[in-house]
Design a protein around this ligand. Structure first.
Ligand SMILES: O=C(CO)COP(=O)(O)O
Length: 125
């Protein structure tokens, strides 16, 4: 399998789901190149110290935009973005911009755990 590059992002209420998801798929993710927004990446590395995750800025401080820019540059193969639809976010425009670029560049984008499970299963074939 090609060495895929994944972006991992989770809102605060979804960070437990993200770290659990990554832990459940640690063996699949280990050979891949992983980027994450700052706090999400920190939580993943706490839970899975054997994984190498490049941490960008925290989402509200520009991390979502950094990942969006990587998508625009063709550097991200899939986005796992666990969105909290029940809380307001000060950087909502960045959240929308990130999802928009994933749509513009037609990369697989999992916005919840159910979709993420199906998407990662496609990497395990
Ligand atoms: O805010 C985020 C997504 O919009 C994620 O950023 P953090 O991982 O730094 O919390």
């Amino acid at each position: 399998m090609k060495n895929l590059t994944l972006a991992l992002v989770a809102h605060d209420a979804k960070k437990d789901d993200m770290s659990h998801f990554v832990a459940m798929h640690e063996a699949t993710l280990r050979p891949l190149t992983l980027f994450a927004t700052g706090t999400t990446g920190g939580r993943i590395m706490e839970r899975c110290p054997s994984l190498t995750v490049t941490r960008l800025k925290s989402g509200p401080l520009g991390g979502d935009q950094q990942i969006g820019a990587m998508i625009a540059e063709g550097k991200i193969d899939a986005l796992f973005f666990f969105v909290d639809p029940l809380s307001p976010h000060p950087h909502d425009v960045d959240v929308k911009a990130l999802m928009r670029l994933a749509l513009v560049y037609n990369i697989p984008m999992a916005l919840n755990v159910a979709t993420a499970e199906r998407l990662i299963a496609s990497f395990e074939d």
